[in-house]
Design a protein around this ligand. Structure first.
Ligand SMILES: NC(=O)C1=CN([C@@H]2O[C@H](COP(=O)(O)OP(=O)(O)OC[C@H]3O[C@@H](n4cnc5c(N)ncnc54)[C@H](OP(=O)(O)O)[C@@H]3O)[C@@H](O)[C@H]2O)[C@@H](O)CC1
Ligand SMILES: Nc1ncnc2c1ncn2[C@@H]1O[C@H](COP(=O)(O)OP(=O)(O)O)[C@@H](O)[C@H]1O
Ligand SMILES: [Mg+2]
Length: 282
């Protein structure tokens, strides 16, 4: 592919914003993580934690009631707003002054949740990351793609992509279809995999960090949190995606000597975020 740009340290440093000495949490931005359902509260917990540990000043998780104690105990730094319903999300509202939203992880596709997404999208103008069931719900309601703000970031794995754009013949056909999809709806598409590629405005970026340790439950939920955290810090959406996938992959490379390929879990991505971001200051 002739327009392929490698995501390496140089590409990332061109887009990275070091944290200013005189910043405060208001400047660092307030992110909203929307997701979770009964049995899948771990997803927003991991995502919200990763979001905060990627530099967002404040993070609120919007989850169904059943996740309240879990979130508040799992990460006391994160604020929580709950839906009126116990097991899944039925409305998406917040009192907070939010700068970026990550939506869909562990959320399920209950009919009421789909309606909640519809009403949210009709009013929302905030920068947005859509993952997991956020993507699956769009696949079930393709006419809603029109409501997405410009440069919304979508982060499908292979199956989620197939639901969203349909099957492709081969790799070249897939990239052609994704580029066209990205242009039609003005989306930053993060094609998760080995390697992860990012498609935006006819440019294709390919990540150089990460390894098979990342093939573990919740690693995509963590990526959503990282990218949402960067968006909350006012990164351009394509830059947030590029810096996010690089840092996410780098955590697995840095942890490899200690954890190997087997013992690495999604929480280890979060545990290694500090080391990964620090390499950008060296
Ligand atoms: N602790 C929690 O709360 C967790 C909650 N989670 C939440 O669960 C929900 C369901 O998400 P999900 O991705 O597991 O299900 P789904 O979209 O049906 O995909 C399954 C099929 O797709 C494929 N496939 C999957 N990954 C692929 C990849 N990387 N690369 C390529 N292919 C891949 C694979 O298909 P196969 O290869 O077998 O044909 C597989 O059978 C979602 O809301 C999520 O946030 C999870 O994050 C886990 C931790
Ligand atoms: N073999 C691999 N090599 C590199 N990265 C991988 C590999 N397998 C999975 N990943 C990464 O792990 C993440 C998996 O995301 P996803 O499938 O959404 O997980 P989950 O839904 O369980 O959170 C993606 O960022 C993907 O690129
Ligand atoms: Mg996922």
């Amino acid at each position: 592919m002739d327009n392929l740009i490698k995501i390496d340290k140089k590409t990332v440093l061109e887009r990275f914003h070091p944290i200013d000495k005189y910043t405060h949490k208001g400047i660092q931005g307030h992110a909203l993580i929307v997701g979770g359902s009964y049995g899948k509260i771990g997803a927003p917990l991991l995502s919200a934690k990763a979001c905060l540990k990627s530099g967002a000043g404040l993070v609120t998780a919007y989850i169904p009631q059943c996740g309240y104690d879990i979130l508040q105990t799992g990460i006391p730094e994160v604020m929580v707003e709950t839906d009126d319903y116990p097991t899944h999300i039925t409305a998406i509202t917040t009192e907070a002054n939010i700068r970026a939203v990550g939506l869909g992880i562990g959320m399920g596709q209950h009919q009421e949740t789909q309606q909640a997404v519809f009403h949210f999208l009709k009013l929302n103008t905030l920068p947005l990351v859509l993952d997991a069931d956020g993507i699956n719900i769009m696949s079930e309601n393709k006419e809603w793609l029109e409501f997405l703000p410009a440069q919304t970031i979508v982060t499908p794995h292979r199956k989620e992509l197939e639901r969203l754009i349909g099957l492709w013949d081969d790799e070249a056909d897939k990239m052609k279809k994704v580029i066209s999809f990205s242009e039609t709806y003005d989306l930053v598409v993060v094609l998760k995999g080995a390697p992860t590629r990012i498609v935006y405005k006819n440019n294709v970026f390919e990540n150089t960090t990460g390894n098979q340790s990342l093939a573990t439950a919740g690693s995509g939920d963590v990526l959503t949190g990282i990218i949402t955290g960067l968006l909350a810090q006012s990164y351009d959406p394509d830059a947030a995606a590029i810096v996010g996938v690089y840092i996410h992959g780098l955590t697995a490379d840095l942890a490899l000597p200690e954890l190997g390929y087997h013992a690495f879990v999604a929480s280890d991505i979060i545990a290694n975020l500090g080391k990964a971001f620090s390499t950008l200051y060296e």
